[in-house]
Design a protein around this ligand. Structure first.
Ligand code: PMP
Length: 441
């Protein structure tokens, strides 16, 4: 069973859909700051952070120390007995959420956080089983969340215990309202939402779940204020607004600590789900929301491992570091620099349709040159070229999977941003030349 390369062993023992990046998959050995090393000793600038899980930095000493100390003291679940690290992290997140009289529940992943939010919203709404989700969304791939994931490439089945109604509004530059100015785009999306609700029984609709900036969907978002306008419609019917902040939380978008704040006029969402970066790689997810909804469930605790002390210790140390060093401001400043560099290069490259995003969440949409068609194969080629140059990025997002995703740890320095931009532009140029020469993966 253990003969062959690690990749062969991976293929033999894991299901085929546990997909890996790169023609020659990478085995990482260690990390430090914004860099990781593979087992062959090659160093990479990490512009994806394990899909936004490395929020502050690799091997951050503060987090490592907190984890080691807690692991040496007690590794346990946080159900049944009082847990200081869990209560302390819940208090910090409650304070930061902006939600009035909040309660926090910890899970082990973003998927489970969304599952829990749906369960709560449905219970609060008397067992309602319809959910509004955005087209091109990603909320997980468990049985309940997969049906909300409106990006077909990421949704292996349409079977779902919930009935999902997909709303338009998070993709600005494609689709029926492409090119409309902000106010008209928002008005058109609101009219669509109202029309959809007019054709259903609103009492059967539990929630709207939406990412403020779509992550897997290619770092795309509607105009600022869109969800404030949606919320007015939802509030008329008492429908719960769930903001899925799994990618947009913790200052990632630079201008705001949470993505919903770009829609500030609406006030905070009823429920907010989080995961990914808060544990800096340790598995923490959770929901924070209004007590009235959070308490709607008539059940005992619903997770054994959610809130376990070692992950909570990581979360506390990581969040403390983030706030103390104001990494949100760093994301805004260094993100703007990085984006400027990429935008300037994009003007020369026919294959780049758009550079977009905010803070350190930047998408580069690639198209087949001379057309408007997303080009997933070209994105895969750029990914390979970037790796050869010592840069790790994300791919595959967005309609047609043609978007490169850039989301480095939030402590990225200006020098690293400039270096990474140069490496990426070089990879784009080499891929463009390769493309013309027929060098397609
Ligand atoms: N929501 C969003 C917005 C995500 O990006 C993801 C993960 N890509 C999830 C939920 C699911 O999180 P997890 O993979 O931790 O279950």
């Amino acid at each position: 069973m253990s003969a062959g390369s690690l990749y062969e062993r991976h293929r033999a023992v894991l299901p085929g859909w546990v997909a890996l990046y790169y023609e020659r998959p990478l085995e990482l050995s260690h990390g430090e700051g914004r860099h990781v090393w593979d087992v062959e000793g090659n160093r990479y600038l990490d512009f994806f952070g394990g899909i936004l899980t490395t929020m502050t930095a690799h091997a951050l000493p503060e987090v490592t120390k907190a984890v080691a100390e807690q692991a040496a003291r007690l590794v346990h679940s946080s159900t049944l007995y009082l847990s200081r690290p869990m209560v302390e992290l819940a208090e910090r997140i409650a304070d930061l959420s902006g939600i009035e009289d909040p309660r926090v529940f910890f899970t082990t992943s973003g998927t489970e956080a969304n599952d829990t939010a749906l369960l709560l919203a449905s219970a609060y709404r008397g067992g309602a089983n319809q959910v509004l989700a955005m087209r091109n969304s990603y909320h997980g791939r468990s049985f309940s969340t997969v049906g909300l994931t409106g990006n077909a490439g990421w949704s292996p089945t349409t079977l779902s215990p919930l009935q999902t109604l997909y709303v338009h509004g998070s993709v600005r530059t494609r689709g029926p309202y492409a090119g409309l100015p902000d106010a008209e785009f928002t008005a058109a999306a609101v009219a669509d939402l109202e029309d959809m609700l007019a054709h259903t029984r609103p009492a059967g609709v539990a929630a709207l779940i939406a990412e403020p900036v779509q992550g897997v969907g290619g770092f795309t978002s509607g105009p600022d204020g869109l969800f404030a306008a949606f919320r007015e419609v939802l509030a008329r019917e008492g429908i719960v607004w769930i903001s899925d902040e799994v990618q947009t939380g913790w200052g990632r978008t630079g201008d705001h600590f949470w993505g919903w704040q770009a829609h500030g006029a609406a006030g905070p969402p009823d429920l907010l789900t989080f995961a990914k970066g808060i544990g800096n790689g340790m598995s923490i997810g959770g929901v924070v929301g209004r007590a009235e909804i959070m308490n709607a469930l008539d059940a005992n605790s619903i997770s054994t491992f959610g809130g376990s002390p070692v992950t909570m210790a990581a979360g506390l140390a990581n969040l403390g570091y983030l706030l103390e060093h104001d990494l949100q401001s760093n994301a805004r400043r260094v993100g703007a620099l990085l984006r400027e560099r990429l935008e300037a290069a994009a003007r020369r490259l026919a294959m780049v349709r758009e550079v977009r995003g905010r803070g350190l969440m930047i998408g580069v949409e690639l198209v087949r040159p001379g057309t408007d068609e997303p080009d997933a194969r070209l994105a895969a080629l750029v990914l390979e070229r970037a790796r050869e140059a010592g840069l790790l990025i994300g791919k595959g997002g967005g309609p047609g999977a043609g978007v490169l995703r850039i989301a480095p740890p939030l402590s990225l320095t200006e020098a690293e941003a400039e270096e990474g931009a140069d490496l990426l532009v070089g990879a784009l140029e080499r891929a463009e030349t390769g493309w013309e020469g027929g060098d397609r993966p």
